[in-house]
Every structure is written in C-alpha cells, then in structure tokens.
Write a protein that binds this ligand. Structure first.
Ligand SMILES: *[C@@H]1O[C@H](CO)[C@@H](O)[C@H](O)[C@H]1NC(C)=O
Ligand SMILES: *[C@@H]1O[C@H](CO)[C@@H](O)[C@H](O)[C@H]1NC(C)=O
Ligand SMILES: *[C@@H]1O[C@H](CO)[C@@H](O)[C@H](O)[C@H]1NC(C)=O
Ligand SMILES: *[C@@H]1O[C@H](CO)[C@@H](O)[C@H](O)[C@H]1NC(C)=O
Ligand SMILES: *[C@@H]1O[C@H](CO)[C@@H](O)[C@H](O)[C@H]1NC(C)=O
Ligand SMILES: *[C@@H]1O[C@H](CO)[C@@H](O)[C@H](O)[C@H]1NC(C)=O
Ligand SMILES: *[C@@H]1O[C@H](CO)[C@@H](O)[C@H](O)[C@H]1NC(C)=O
Ligand SMILES: *[C@@H]1O[C@H](CO)[C@@H](O)[C@H](O)[C@H]1NC(C)=O
Ligand SMILES: *[C@@H]1O[C@H](CO)[C@@H](O)[C@H](O)[C@H]1NC(C)=O
Ligand SMILES: *[C@@H]1O[C@H](CO)[C@@H](O)[C@H](O)[C@H]1NC(C)=O
Ligand SMILES: *[C@@H]1O[C@H](CO)[C@@H](O)[C@H](O)[C@H]1NC(C)=O
Ligand SMILES: *[C@@H]1O[C@H](CO)[C@@H](O)[C@H](O)[C@H]1NC(C)=O
Ligand SMILES: [Cu+2]
Length: 627
C-alpha cells in the first residue's frame, strides 16, 4: 500500500516535471497607442492599437505556459488587461480588473502581466477600466491543447470573433448614456456588427474536411445568433470547458461567451454558403434605420462561383431557436456540486438615483469602486481581511471561505437579459428559467419570477460549466462553484454599459489565503503604477490606514430618489411624456423635485478612463473607478 502510494507519487512528480519541461514562457510586448481603423467601411475612427496595429494580435499559448505581457500605456487614458476566463490561481494581482486587483495604469506607465496558463481552450483579453474595450482594446486568447478530446476529429482550426461596433469614441458616448437626459438608461446603439473585425469575409475551405471554429463574442453589448446555411456542427467547448460533442445548428453567443464547434464541409465545391450572424435586436431600445443587424460571410468552397446573401427567414427572433448551453455535459464528468455552504441570493434592478442617472443594482447596491483596489486592502488589513466591512459597502463584498461550495442565485427583476461573468472561476449551470429557446421571453411581461428553492426543475447530474451565463428577462439563474481559488474576484454583467452603471459585486475568496502566494506574486511595479496614478494602495476601501473599520469618506453611490420618485417607471414615464412634448421641460420636473444636479462640467463618467485623481473623496469621483 505505502509502496504503491509513494510509487504513484513519484510517477506524478515525474509527470509534473515532464509537464514543466515542456512548458515555456511566451512573452508579448504590447505598446498600446491610438491608431485609426475603418473595419466596417463606413467610418474611420481612432481605435486602441497594439504596436501600431489593429486588429490586435491574437495571444496564443499552450497549456502550462507562462504568459508574460509587458504593457506600455501610450494612450492618453488609463488602461489594464483582463485575461478573460483565466483562473489566475495564485496570481490574483494579474487579473486586470481596475480598482479590484490593480490600479488603472495611467498614461506613460508600464505594467507586466505574468501568470501560468493552466487551462485549455478559447479565451480572450480586454481592457478592464471604465469605457475602454469598446474602443477596440479586445482580442482572442487561444490555449492550444495537443491532447484535447477532439484533437483527432478536425483537420484545421480558425478563430473567429464577432462584436458590436461604434463609430464614436466611448468617451463621447458615455456622458450621454449616464445622464439625466437618458433616465431610462437606454444603451448606446452600435453602428455596425463586425465579424472577425471586418465584414463580408470569405473563409476558404476544402471539401470533406473538418474545421474547429473558435467563436468568440468580443463585443461590449449585443449578443449574436450564429449559424451556417445548410450546415450543422458539433459543439465541443464552451468558455474553456470541453463538452461531450452535441450537434446543433444555431447558437446564441452573448458578449464574452465562447463556443468551439466542429464543422465538416461538404464533398462538393459548387457552392459557397453564408455564415450568418444576427444581432439580438431585442437588446436594442431603437433600431436605427441604416443599422445592418444580420451579416453574411462565407464558407468559401469555390472563389469563382456566387457568394449569395443569406436567405433570411421573416421573423428572426422567433425562428432562430438557439442551442441551450445548460444541456451540455463537460467531458470531465464533474458531478453536480453538493448543497452549498454559502448561498448568495441577489436581485438585478435598474433604478434612477437622485442625480437623475440610471444605475444598475444587485439588491440595493450599485457597485462603486473603492479608493484602494480591494486586493490591496486584503494585503493591508491583516486579520480584518475576513471582515466584510473593510471593503466598503459599495463594492458589495461577499466573504467566501476556502473550499466552500458557493451557490449564486441571480434573480433578474429587469426586463432585459444580462450575461454575467465571474472572474477566477468557471461555474456549474444549475438552473435557469426560462431556458434559451422559444420561451426565453415568457417572463418579460408581468411580474418577475424569482427562483423558488422549493419548486424548481431537476438540476442536471453533470452540469455544464462556463464563465459567462445569460440571465433571462425577469427570470433567474442558479450557479455553483467551489471556492478553491483564493482571490478577489469581480462578478459582473458583461454588458460594458451595465458594468459602468454598477451591475457588479466582489467575491473576497479565502482572504487569509490571499495574503500568502498572491501577495508575493504582486511585483513592486504594480504599486509604482498606483503611485504614478495618484491612487492609494494601502488601507481599507476608504484608504484609511489607521482604523480599518472606519469607512468614513468611502466612495458611495449617489442618493436614493425622494419618496414618490422611487420607481424607474414613474421617472421614465414622466420623462418620455414630457420630453416628447416639451423637450427641455425635464428641467421643470427636476426643479420641482428634490433631485440634485450633477455639475455637468465635472461629469466623472466622461473621465472614467483618463488619469485618475483618486484621492478626491466625492461620490462623483467614485464613478470614475467603477469597473
Ligand atoms: C510606443 O509607440 C509610440 C508610437 O509609435 C512610440 O512613440 C513610443 O516610443 C513607443 N514606446 C515604446 C515603449 O515602445
Ligand atoms: C459588405 O457588403 C455590403 C453589401 O454587399 C456592402 O454594401 C459593404 O460595403 C461591404 N462592406 C465591406 C466593409 O466590405
Ligand atoms: C514571471 O513569474 C515567474 C514566476 O513567478 C518568475 O520566475 C519570472 O521571473 C517572472 N517573469 C517576469 C518577466 O516578470
Ligand atoms: C487540458 O486538457 C488536457 C487534455 O484533454 C486535460 O488532461 C487537462 O485536464 C485539461 N486541463 C484543464 C485545466 O482542464
Ligand atoms: C480572424 O482575425 C484574427 C486576427 O486578425 C486572425 O488571426 C485570424 O486568422 C482571423 N480568422 C480567420 C478565419 O481569418
Ligand atoms: C472524404 O474523406 C474521407 C477520409 O477523410 C475519405 O474516406 C472519403 O473518400 C472522402 N470523400 C470524398 C467524396 O472525397
Ligand atoms: C462525403 O463523403 C463521405 C464518403 O465519401 C461521406 O461519408 C460523408 O458523409 C460525405 N460528407 C457530406 C457532408 O456529405
Ligand atoms: C436583416 O437586417 C436588415 C437590417 O439590417 C433587415 O432589414 C432585414 O429584415 C433583416 N432580415 C431579417 C430576416 O431579419
Ligand atoms: C441596503 O439594504 C440594507 C438592508 O436593508 C441596508 O442595511 C443598507 O444600508 C442598504 N444599502 C444601501 C446602499 O441603501
Ligand atoms: C423582484 O420581483 C419580485 C417578484 O415581483 C418581488 O417579489 C421582489 O420584491 C423584487 N425584488 C426587488 C429587489 O425589487
Ligand atoms: C412551481 O413552478 C411552476 C413553474 O414556474 C409553477 O407553474 C407552479 O405554479 C409552481 N408551483 C408552486 C406550488 O408554487
Ligand atoms: C487552484 O490551485 C489549487 C492548489 O493548486 C487547487 O486546489 C485549486 O483547484 C485551483 N483552483 C482553480 C480554480 O484552478
Ligand atoms: Cu447587463
């Protein structure tokens, strides 16, 4: 017994060593500057380039590699990089979430990301400061795996992104979005939808050949349907989790989600087939007349024959029934986690606060960045790191104990759908109502339907796992994960507009364990960046380094509307009626109410991504660090 045990340990050690020997360091030097691009052929604009290029480079590594990205910020605004879906196990400080795990990197500063990639599959990277990645700072990150369960089932692979696209800079859009002029919080309408950062692409394919397509929605807002005319495919991976292959014909890919599919081409080369993406127009408050919602690209079997436009059905919304991701089964067979040790229940709401702007809430908290990145608060406060209070009320912190089974029940009291992402983990998809498909909008009218622990559908025995999951309009989802990754992880809606409205909270996972390896993995350079940005990196959420339980001066969300104005419905109704008839009459409404005006010259949202001055203490500047 003892002998065989030590033998197997030895074997494990040897295998581990072999793995280590194969692992290499992959280094990227990213000089981040403005460049110009015109990906839709409709408008040239400034975009965030890397080393003078846009589209940005795809990061490619093998499992086990050490990935080093040396970022030099040559923009005139702050930036970071989040490696979406990477667990950052032991390197929480490399997660890239501004004011959660690092300071936003100010113009002129350098920041090195350095971590081990212990995962497989399809990921992406993007800027994670306010209003940053819609300007083009996002691209695929691929972890190649020579031993994937389907490695022998395909001949070639392709990486394909899709995204919404704006012609205006986010710094020009955002002040109008978060404004008293937009009380309903209507999201900015994109100008185009890109396919792999361009349009009208022909992807040359060989007949009778199987392709692995890695599909990634790197957009900031709009989900997209995806299908290929006259072709089915097999789903083999979602968000870095291998799944038992399942045949499907239509996907719904929310922002931040990834699907790997195997497509086998036909034996004949007489036709080209449209690859069709259709933007989910249900998310759009208005559809501008010249916005092209559906795009045709081609599986090109023969460059010399016709490239037909997609044969669109009449009513896309009801005719496209996407595959339900909750039904997938991971190849590793991980069973349903047991009943949770910690059950977090939160409700999504969209409400107006007393500055007239629309905010997003989990329960009654609209995430507001702390004065000190929460990870650095963990490092600062010693034993008090396990005390929720030190992180401030407005980061909405949850303290998770090491290896707890955690369940999040997310009830969505909003009529829109929200793709939620948890950093540092993937999670089991335990329940969602209504499911993807023809009933997805069933709860959109009438009262929201919250999760009922005593009356729910049977949970899957081997639940699908992913890192971004869509909450249906006025429905709910239930997810589970094990708190086996010490760190401060933000849980947030991946619609960038909603994140900026505060649709986020933080999980402070095993705080006393964060204070070991994770602390050592933060190099001095990261604190130097804070100093350069003028952001404190010690103390509690209020930057108090004397009394960690004294949160006075913390960043706060704006005040509640006075009684009688507490419902978004009333405000929206008043505004839409009055502004339609009288235009500027909203001023009268505000004049009559107790609402406060935010000085427009000091609209912190507009400066959300520029060089911060975090030592100021008003709730206005709090907005600047929302992330
Ligand atoms: C970054 O690129 C800009 C513009 O090309 C250049 O002026 C600058 O010297 C570069 N900086 C670094 C550190 O490479
Ligand atoms: C794509 O094709 C459409 C219609 O065929 C055309 O109007 C448009 O200019 C093309 N755009 C680009 C960027 O090639
Ligand atoms: C990256 O981290 C590894 C492990 O901590 C370390 O050995 C290496 O020197 C670091 N590389 C850089 C460029 O910081
Ligand atoms: C990566 O893929 C290999 C081969 O399929 C598998 O053995 C390994 O467990 C995977 N790693 C992770 C972290 O999922
Ligand atoms: C999609 O764009 C990326 C980045 O430009 C490129 O590396 C990749 O090859 C493109 N995919 C296809 C199928 O052309
Ligand atoms: C398709 O490929 C398979 C092997 O990959 C081969 O056996 C078959 O003959 C091919 N069929 C055609 C029509 O080329
Ligand atoms: C191509 O031909 C092979 C046999 O030659 C057949 O097995 C396969 O199903 C055909 N593929 C398609 C897409 O028709
Ligand atoms: C495709 O989009 C255009 C607008 O971009 C719209 O006119 C057309 O009806 C759409 N087709 C379908 C079937 O939705
Ligand atoms: C949210 O509600 C809780 C419980 O009612 C209360 O203690 C807390 O102060 C509220 N927070 C805000 C921001 O209103
Ligand atoms: C959400 O909606 C449910 C059902 O209408 C209601 O009972 C609950 O109070 C609402 N929650 C919040 C936070 O508004
Ligand atoms: C249980 O849930 C179903 C589906 O939402 C609902 O139709 C039914 O009325 C519920 N039953 C009870 C006892 O609440
Ligand atoms: C993190 O690493 C620990 C120890 O190596 C391991 O037990 C845990 O499962 C890992 N967690 C994740 C999310 O990778
Ligand atoms: Cu959202």
């Amino acid at each position: 017994m003892a002998v065989s045990r030590s033998l197997s340990l030895l074997l494990l050690a040897v295998l581990g060593l072999a793995q280590l020997c194969r692992a290499k360091t992959v280094t990227y030097d990213f000089n981040v500057t403005w460049v110009t691009a015109n990906p839709d052929g409709l408008a040239e604009r400034k975009v965030v380039g890397i080393n003078g290029q846009w589209p940005l480079p795809v990061i490619e590594v093998d499992k086990g590699d050490q990935l080093v990205v040396n970022m030099h910020n040559a923009l005139d605004r702050s930036a970071t990089i989040h490696f979406h879906g990477m667990f950052q196990n032991g390197t929480n400080g490399m997660d890239g979430a501004a004011m959660v795990t690092q300071c936003p990197v100010p113009p002129g500063s350098d920041f090195t990301y350095n971590f081990t990639v212990n995962q497989n599959g399809t990921y992406w990277y993007h800027c994670h400061t306010d209003f940053c990645y819609p300007d083009g700072y996002r691209q695929a990150l691929i972890v190649h795996d020579a031993e994937s369960p389907f490695v022998n089932d395909y001949d070639e692979e392709m990486t394909l992104t899709m995204s919404d696209w704006y012609h205006e800079m986010t710094e020009d859009i955002s002040p109008q979005f978060l404004s008293v002029y937009n009380p309903t919080g209507a999201e900015p309408i994109p100008n185009a939808f890109l396919f792999n950062d361009t349009l009208n692409s022909s992807l040359p394919v060989k007949p009778n050949t199987t392709y692995l397509l890695r599909l990634i929605n790197i957009g900031a807002f709009v989900a997209q349907y995806f299908y290929i005319e006259d072709h089915t495919f097999r789903i083999v991976e979602i968000d870095g989790v291998y799944t038992e292959p399942v045949e499907a014909d239509t996907l719904y890919i929310a922002v931040a989600q990834r699907y790997s599919i195997l497509v086998t081409t036909k034996n004949t080369t007489d036709k080209n087939y449209p690859i069709v993406t259709v933007a989910d127009s249900v998310l759009l408050d208005t559809i501008t007349p010249d916005l092209k919602l559906n795009q045709t690209n081609w599986l090109e079997y023969n460059a010399d024959v016709d490239h037909p436009q997609a044969q669109m059905t009449v009513d896309v919304a009801s005719d496209l029934v996407p595959f339900d991701d909750i039904t997938l089964v991971p190849t590793d067979g991980m069973p349903l986690l047991p009943e949770p040790d910690l059950d977090i229940q939160v409700t999504v709401q969209m409400l107006n606060l007393d500055n007239g702007d629309g905010y997003a809430f989990l329960d009654n908290i609209s995430f507001t960045s702390p004065k000190v990145p929460s990870l650095y608060t963990v490092f600062s406060v010693g034993d008090l790191a396990t005390n929720q209070a030190v992180y401030g009320e407005f980061t909405h912190p949850m303290i998770l104990e090491h290896n707890q089974v955690v369940q999040i029940v997310l009830n969505n009291n909003d009529t829109g759908s929200h793709p939620f992402h948890l950093h540092g983990h993937n999670f089991q998809l335990v329940d969602r109502q209504p499911p993807y498909g023809e009933h997805f909008y069933d709860y959109a009218d009438g009262d929201p339907v919250p999760y009922d622990p005593n009356n729910h559908t049977a949970f899957p025995a081997t639940p699908a796992r992913r890192d971004t999951f869509v909450a249906p309009p006025q429905g709910y989802f239930v997810i589970r994960f094990v708190a086996d990754n010490p760190g401060v992880w933000i849980f947030h809606c991946h619609i960038d507009w909603h994140l900026s409205q505060g649709l986020a909270m933080i999980m402070v996972e095993a705080p006393t364990k964060i204070q070991g390896a994770n602390q050592e993995a933060v190099p001095q350079q990261h604190y130097d960046v804070c100093a350069a940005a003028g952001i404190p990196y010690q103390g509690n959420a209020a930057a108090n380094t004397e009394d960690y339980l004294d949160l006075s001066g913390q960043n706060e969300q704006p005040g509640w509307l006075p009684a009688g104005f507490t419902s978004r419905g009333i405000v929206a109704m008043v505004f839409s009626c009055i502004s339609a008839v009288l235009g500027m009459a909203f001023i009268v409404v505000y004049g009559l109410s107790d609402m406060k005006f935010k000085p427009t010259t000091n609209d912190s949202q507009a400066t959300g991504s520029s060089a911060p001055a975090a030592t100021e203490s008003s709730s206005e500047t709090a907005q600047a660090y929302r992330d």
